[in-house]
Design a protein around this ligand. Sequence first.
Ligand code: NDP
Length: 445
Amino acid sequence: MHSAIKRTLEVVERRNHSEPVFLQAVHEVLETLGPVVEEHPEIADLNLLERLCEPERQIIFRVVWKDDAGNVQVNRGFRTEFNSVLGPYKGGLRFHPTVNMGVIKFLGFEQIFKNSLTGLNIGGGKGGADFDPKGKSDDEVMRFCQAFMSELFRHIGHRRDVPAGDIGVGAREIGYLFGQYKKLTNSYELGVITGKGVSWGGSQGRTEATGFGAVYFAEEIMQAAGDSLEGKSCVISGSGNVALYALRKLNDLGATVVACSDSSGAIFDPKGIDFSALRLIKEVERERIEKYCEIHPSASFRPKAKVWDIPCDAAFPCATQNELEVDDARKLVQNGCKLVCEGANMPCTPEAIKVFHQAKIPFGPGKAANAGGVAVSALEMQQNAGLEHWPFDRVDEELRRIMRGIHTSCLHYADKYQASGNYVAGANIGGFLRVAEAMMCHGLI
Ligand code: NDP
């Protein structure tokens, strides 16, 4: 390992010893940068790696709100403004009980490289709260969002920091957050948040973007290997925003998705999961996934189960970090899986990724494969700035072009730095180089 990388990892571990997922994300990126640091001594001279691993700013705040029973509740809110060298901080908000500063920092760190890979002018950030929207009434969610924004509004702005959705934050939450921002600032600043409703400044295709983008990326991988997704049997973890629209695009391309999941368990349907039924249950009714089996008797529910032991040609982890572990990876390989493409952020553990690489199964890392969401968010900002509203087909075409570009970049940088076909190395190096070059231009700040 290059001495500059080793030294940076030591410093980062010492400073952030209580944040394991952040350390995991940093290791995963830095360990692939050896040949680049070798080729560019100025990276070490300017201590660029350590600077990159330290967020520009972190905000932690108290969120006080009242539940329907009249009890006063306290949550903790976070925003990491990680790196603004390529543009305003950009990254979603996650509302989930497992959220803490380490989780937000891992997501913010990933976001720097992902946003860079899109080729657009967006920096990296992430935020959220340890609030669980599950089981809360609409009124409770609204009051929480208003309380959350009552602090966050001081730190964001369309040229400063532009949040969006993530786990637990969809169109409903974005609406309440924007409403409160508008009230507090007395200005209709559309570009301050993305993922808005299409009727009030949102972009066509933003809801679909991350899932569609991940499937476009997977299709590029298959094509590079002389194959396609048509006729392939697939499994997807999760049944939220990313999972649902990956399912829909896979169906469009002639693949069959035989399993999906949520945190209660997995459903298996050999006939293929019906997108409309699952969308209704998860997106509209906000119900548990087991309900799907009441509508489709060909499906069965497996409580607390994952989807990775179900034989498939392609696997799409689309739920959460570290959900696909080494034994799951071995099972997928044994069952003949030909492709793994991450819709979620860091869903595969480092040991699982090693299994895929050893088995020579093409593996698309999240920071490349799920960049479609943030890319279309940037297109939403562009439409807001120009007072424009593009039709769905135009956004979808742009998304396809961007995903194709990211795929090409990954292969190019992997090839150039002696890691042919390794999408992890290609994504990390491609994302890093653009950020590093801009940091050098901006001087020591
Ligand atoms: P949603 O909240 O819409 O859906 C999340 C899904 O994952 C749900 O099915 C949820 O099940 C499941 N899940 C969440 N946490 C856990 C857990 N700890 N254990 C098991 N299952 C879990 O989120 P998104 O679809 O938006 O996000 C999914 C992933 O994609 C995340 O990693 C996110 O960071 C990433 N991502 C999202 C983007 C976007 O545009 N939305 C953009 C880029 C990346 P349940 O309903 O039971 O909680």
